[in-house]
Design a protein. Structure first.
Lengths: 473, 464
C-alpha cells in the first residue's frame, strides 16, 4: 500500500489556486538481512510483481588507466551469457519468465533494475544471480557488444549536444575520469579484453558498495531471503574510489564550430555538494531560476522572446564534483541574443536574488509535487535506493517538505549570491552562432591514451538516473 | 540490455505496443453535449492525471497549413476570457502539479498531473480553454518563433528526423500522414492567428473531445465535475466524420537515400503500408503486432536479431516495428544497422534473405509461447503506471476505436495463432507498397558529423 498523506492548506495566493502542502509518507521498512545486507522495502500487494533496485557505488570512475569504457562494457555484457547459457539462451530464459533486468553504468555507480512476477519470483532471482555470479563474457559477445559501443561513440562524436557536454567536461575536469565519456574512446574500447571484463566485474560488483530497495508483492522475510540468495558469494571489497575532481574552467565562452542550423549551448560553473547543509536552499533557488517550467529563464528566453524551445538549469552534485549547469538550443542567428539574456539573468540572481513571491510559489510547487513522485512500485524503489546512496534516512520522506517550507528569503538570497557567479560562468557553444565571441576549439573525440575518463554530466543522461530526483534534493 | 536499448533509441522511439493492459476497468459516460468521459481508477497513491483529448490532429489540417494543429496546441497555453496568458500552467504549478500537451496526426491532447484533490480546478481550466481561448497578435508571433525553434531542435538539427520526414512523404502518395506533424518550415512561418482560430473554433468542442481522468478518483465525482464545467459548453454543429484523402493503389516501390554530413552510422529503414486497428476488425493488426515482436523484439531472441546480428553478423542492430493505433492505414517497418564493412547491397540482401527464411520456416512453438507469456506479464507491469494506461486509452479512442475494441484487444492478441501471424506476414511484405530508405553519411566528407536520433513517434509533442 502506497500511503501518501496529503495535508492541504488553503492559500491566498490566487483566487483560483490553493497551495497544497503534501506530505509523502510511504511506509518504508528498513531491514538487515541475516546475511548483513541493508534493504529498504515498501510492501504493495495489489499488483502481483516486485520492483527490485540494486546499486553499486563506484561506476565508470573506476575504469583503470588506458581501459576507459570497461565498466560500461562490462555492464552491457552481464546478460550476454551466463552459466550454461549463451547470450541467446539467457535472453530466452528471461523472456520465458517475463522478467525484466536492466543493467546500466554511470560515472558514480552501476545500476541493476529488475522486475519479476510473484508467480515465478524464485526462478527470476536465480536467473539474475546466474548473470551476476556466472557471467561468461564469451569472446563473441564481447566483440559484438564492442561493435555496438563503437557505434554509439561514433554517433556521439558527431552529435552537437554530446559534443557540447563532453567539451565542457573535458575543459572542466582535465586529468579526472569525469573529463571523458564513460563509453570510452574507439581505441580504448578496441583494446578491452575478456579478462578485463572479469576483473572489472569483481572490482565493481562488491558487497561494500551495495544498496538495495524493493517495492511490491513481497514480504520482509521473503525479500531478505531473496537478497541473501542473490548476493551470496559476492566479493567483499571494491576497488579504491577516486579523489574529488578539481574544477578547472574559468569564466568565458568556448565555441566548437559545427555545421548545423541551430547552435547548442551548455553553460555553468561549480555548484554545491549534496551534503551541504544548505543544499535544499540551493535547490529552491535553482528551481526559481532555471529548474522549473515557470522558471525565470523559460520566461525570459522562451516566453518573452521566442529564442528557444526550452531552457533549463540543474544542480549536479556528483560524488566527485558539483556543478550548476544549463542547456538550450537556439537558431544560429539568435544564439548571441539568447546568451546575452542568460548572462544578464545569471548576474541578476547574484546581485538582487529572488522575491518573496517567487520563493512562495516555488515552495508551493515543490511541496505539492513531492508526493506525486511516489506513484508506482518502480518509481518508489528508485527513489529509495537513491536516498540510501546519498545517505538520507527513511524519515527524509516525511521531513523533506518541512525543510523546504523552512527556507527564508534571506537564506535564499544569500544562497543566490553564493551560487551564481557571473564572472565564473562558462559557456560552450556548438554550432555556427552569430554574435558570440569566444575561443574556438575542435571536438577531440580521442583523448590521449592513458588518460582515464568519465563523462559525468551528460544532460541526456542526467543524474536523476544516478540519483533519483527525490534523492538529489 | 543497455547498449542495445541505446542503439534502438537511435532509430526508434518506442517499443512495441503489446502491452494491452486491463489495469483498471474504465467507467465511461457521455455528456449531453456529446463529450465522452473515461475514468480509470487507481487508488494506490493520491494522484490523478487529467487529460483532454481532441479528435483532431495534423492529418486534419487544411492543405497548405501544415503545423497548425501543433501550433494551436502551443497557443492553448496563452489565455482565455478568464485566464491570463500563461496562467493555466502557473496555476498547475502553484498546485504542485505538472502539465503538458502533445500533438499527433490523429489527436491533440492536454494533461495535468496533480494531487487528487486538485482535480476540480484542472477540469475547470480545461473546460475554460475548450471554447474561450484568447490570444494577442504578439503572443502568436512570439510563439511561432518558439515553434520554429522546436522544429530546429527536433527536425532540422537531426538528419534522422529529416530522413523520417522524407520517408513519410514517400510512403503516402495522397494521405496527409505524409506531411510532418510539426509542419513544413515554410508553411509554419506563414501560419497566422486566424488560421489557429479557425481550426480551434471548428474542432475544439465537447462533441469532439474525450475527458480521461486516471488515478485516485471516484467516477461519480468526475461525472459531477464534468457536468458542471464541460456540460454547459456548446458543441460544434455539423462536425463531419473524419474522412481524409485516401491512398490510391500503391504500385511501385519507392527507394530513397538521404545523405547528411552529420550522420555517422548508416542504417536502413523499410516500411510497408499496413492496415491499422479498426472497430470490430482487429485480428490482422493483432497478427501484425505479434509479427513485429517476433521479428524485432529483443535482438538476442528475435528472428531478425538471431539471423542478422548473431548468425550472419552483418548487423549491429536489427528490428521491426508496427503502429497498430491510427485512424488510417499505418506502416509496418524493418530496421537494419549494418556492421562496418557490410555494404548497402549486402545488408539488403541479408535482410531479404532473413525475411524469406522466416516465411519458409514459420514460427517456432517455443518462441510463440514465450511471446504470449511476455504479453500476459506486460499487462501486469503496465498496471504500475496508470498514466501510460490513460495515454493508451486516449490514443485508441481518438483513432477510431471504441471502448469495446479497446477491451477486446488483449483477448484478440491472446487468441491469435501462429498461422494467423504467418498469414499476415505473407500479406504485409508487398514491395509495391514499400519505401526502402537509407540514411547515409555524406559521401564527400565520409566521416560522420552529426546525430542520428530519430524523434519520438509523436513528433509534435510540445512542452506547453
Amino acid at each position: 500500500m502506497i500511503r501518501v498523506l496529503m495535508l492541504v492548506v488553503a492559500s491566498a495566493l490566487s483566487c483560483v489556486a490553493f497551495a497544497p502542502t503534501a506530505r509523502a509518507a510511504v511506509d518504508i521498512q528498513t531491514l538487515k538481512t541475516p546475511g548483513g545486507i541493508n534493504v529498504w522495502l515498501v510492501e504493495e500487494h495489489s499488483i502481483p510483481f516486485t520492483a527490485l533496485e540494486i546499486r553499486f557505488k563506484g561506476g565508470a570512475v573506476l575504469d583503470r588507466p588506458g581501459k576507459r569504457g570497461e565498466v560500461n562494457l562490462m555492464m552491457a555484457l552481464i546478460e550476454e551469457g551466463a552459466g550454461d547459457m549463451d547470450a541467446q539462451g539467457f535472453a530466452k530464459a528471461r523472456e520465458a519468465l517475463a522478467a525484466s533486468y536492466k543493467f546500466d553504468a554511470y560515472d558514480d555507480g552501476v545500476a541493476i533494475s529488475a522486475k519479476f512476477l510473484t508467480e515465478n519470483r524464485t526462478q527470476a532471482v536465480d536467473l539474475l544471480r546466474t548473470a551476476l555470479m556466472e557471467t561468461r563474457f564469451d569472446e563473441d559477445a564481447v566483440e559484438r557488444v564492442k561493435g555496438q559501443v563503437q557505434s554509439i561513440i561514433a554517433s556521439e562524436a558527431t552529435d552537437p549536444g554530446d559534443i557540447a557536454i563532453q567539451t565542457f567536461d573535458r575543459l572542466a575536469f582535465a586529468g579526472h575520469p569525469y573529463a571523458t565519456s564513460l563509453d570510452g574512446t574507439p581505441v580504448s574500447v578496441e583494446g578491452l579484453t575478456r579478462d578485463d571484463m572479469f576483473t572489472t566485474r569483481d572490482r565493481i560488483l562488491t558487497r561494500d558498495r551495495l544498496y538495495v530497495s524493493a517495492v511490491g508483492d513481497i514480504s520482509a522475510a521473503e525479500v531478505s531471503a531473496l537478497v541473501d540468495r542473490l548476493f551470496a558469494g559476492l566479493p567483499e571489497v571494491g576497488a579504491p574510489l577516486p579523489d574529488h575532481a578539481t574544477y578547472q574552467l574559468a569564466g568565458g565562452t568556448t565555441i566548437v564550430p559545427f555545421d548545423t542550423p541551430q547552435s547548442i549551448a551548455v553553460f555553468g560553473h561549480e555548484g554545491i555538494r549534496r551534503n551541504d547543509p544548505d543544499y535544499v536552499v540551493a535547490y529552491i533557488v535553482n528551481e526559481i531560476f532555471g529548474g522549473g517550467r515557470e522558471a525565470r529563464l523559460m520566461s525570459e528566453v522562451r516566453e518573452k522572446r521566442g529564442l528557444t524551445y526550452g531552457i533549463g538549469t540543474y544542480l549536479l552534485p556528483s560524488d566527485y564534483s558539483e556543478l550548476i549547469l544549463g542547456q538550450f538550443a537556439s537558431a544560429n542567428d539568435k544564439m548571441g541574443e539568447a546568451l546575452a539574456v542568460v548572462r544578464q539573468e545569471w548576474a541578476e540572481m547574484a546581485q538582487t536574488g529572488i522575491t518573496q513571491e517567487e520563493l512562495d510559489a516555488a515552495k508551493t510547487y515543490l511541496t505539492g509535487a513531492y508526493a506525486l513522485r511516489f506513484d508506482g512500485n518502480a518509481p518508489i524503489a528508485k527513489i529509495m535506493v537513491g536516498m540510501q546512496m546519498i545517505g538520507l534516512g527513511p524519515e527524509y520522506v516525511q521531513d523533506r517538505n518541512a525543510m523546504v517550507e523552512a527556507v527564508t528569503l534571506e537564506q535564499a538570497n544569500a544562497m543566490a549570491k553564493r551560487l551564481y557567479d557571473p564572472e565564473a560562468l562558462h559557456v560552450v557553444v556548438v554550432g555556427d552562432p552569430l554574435g558570440v565571441e569566444g575561443e574556438e576549439v575542435t571536438a577531440t573525440p580521442d583523448p590521449a591514451p592513458g588518460l582515464q575518463p568519465l563523462d559525468q554530466n551528460d544532460l541526456t543522461n542526467p543524474p536523476t538516473q544516478t540519483l533519483p530526483e527525490s534523492a538529489t534534493e | 540490455m543497455r547498449t542495445l536499448t541505446r542503439l534502438a533509441s537511435l532509430v526508434l522511439s518506442a517499443g512495441l505496443s503489446l502491452s494491452a493492459a486491463q489495469a483498471a476497468t474504465p467507467t465511461t459516460f457521455t455528456l449531453e453535449n456529446g463529450m465522452e468521459v473515461v475514468v480509470l481508477e487507481d487508488h494506490r497513491a493520491p494522484v490523478v492525471v487529467n487529460m483532454v483529448w481532441y479528435k483532431v490532429g495534423a492529418a486534419d489540417e487544411p492543405w497548405g497549413k501544415s503545423g497548425i494543429a501543433h501550433f494551436l496546441e502551443h497557443l492553448m497555453f496563452k489565455g482565455t476570457d478568464d485566464l491570463a496568458a500563461g496562467e493555466l500552467s502557473a496555476t498547475v504549478t502553484q498546485n504542485g502539479g505538472s502539465d503538458n500537451a502533445f500533438t499527433s496526426w490523429d489527436y491533440t491532447a492536454y494533461f495535468q498531473r496533480v494531487a487528487a484533490d486538485r482535480l476540480p480546478i484542472m477540469i475547470e481550466m480545461e473546460a475554460d480553454r475548450m471554447r474561450d481561448l484568447q490570444m494577442s497578435q504578439e503572443d502568436v508571433a512570439t510563439e511561432r518563433e518558439v515553434v520554429l525553434e522546436e522544429r530546429n531542435q527536433r527536425t532540422d538539427s537531426d538528419p534522422g528526423a529529416l530522413f523520417s520526414e522524407q520517408r513519410s512523404a514517400a510512403q503516402y502518395l495522397n494521405h496527409p500522414y505524409g506531411i510532418p506533424i510539426i509542419g513544413w518550415r515554410h508553411e509554419v512561418e506563414a501560419l497566422s492567428r486566424d488560421d489557429a482560430f479557425d481550426f480551434y473554433a471548428k474542432y475544439y468542442a465537447p462533441n469532439n473531445a474525450i475527458l480521461i481522468v486516471a488515478g485516485d478518483v471516484r467516477p461519480e465525482d468526475v461525472k459531477a465535475l464534468a457536468e458542471e464545467h464541460f456540460g454547459p459548453l456548446a458543441p460544434t454543429e455539423g462536425l463531419a466524420e473524419r474522412v481524409r484523402p485516401s491512398e490510391p493503389p500503391q504500385l511501385s516501390e519507392r527507394r530513397l537515400e538521404f545523405s547528411d554530413p552529420r550522420v555517422s552510422q548508416p542504417y536502413l529503414i523499410r516500411t510497408y503500408l499496413a492496415p491499422e486497428r479498426n472497430p470490430g476488425a482487429q485480428e490482422t493488426p493483432a497478427a501484425l503486432a505479434l509479427l513485429a515482436s517476433l521479428l524485432g523484439g529483443e535482438g538476442a531472441t528475435s528472428v531478425l536479431g538471431s539471423k542478422l546480428q548473431f548468425r550472419d553478423r552483418v548487423a549491429i542492430y536489427a528490428s521491426a516495428f508496427y503502429d497498430d493505433v491510427a485512424l488510417d492505414p499505418s506502416t509496418f517497418g524493418l530496421v537494419m544497422m549494418p556492421t562496418p564493412g557490410t555494404s548497402q547491397a549486402e545488408a539488403e540482401a541479408a535482410l531479404d534473405a532473413a525475411i524469406a527464411e522466416f516465411l519458409a520456416e514459420g514460427i517456432n512453438d517455443e518462441d510463440f509461447a514465450r511471446l504470449k507469456m511476455q504479453m500476459r506479464a506486460a499487462r501486469i507491469y503496465e498496471e504500475d503506471d496508470i498514466q501510460s494506461v490513460a495515454r493508451r486509452y486516449g490514443a485508441e479512442l481518438t483513432s477510431g476505436l471504441t471502448l469495446a475494441d479497446v477491451a477486446a484487444w488483449p483477448d484478440i492478441l491472446d487468441a491469435t495463432t501462429a498461422d494467423q501471424v504467418m498469414e499476415a506476414a505473407r500479406l504485409i511484405f508487398d514491395e509495391r507498397k514499400a519505401v526502402n530508405g537509407w540514411l547515409l553519411p555524406d559521401p564527400e566528407t565520409g566521416a560522420a558529423r552529426g546525430p542520428i536520433t530519430l524523434p519520438s513517434e509523436v513528433t509534435g509533442e510540445a512542452m506547453q
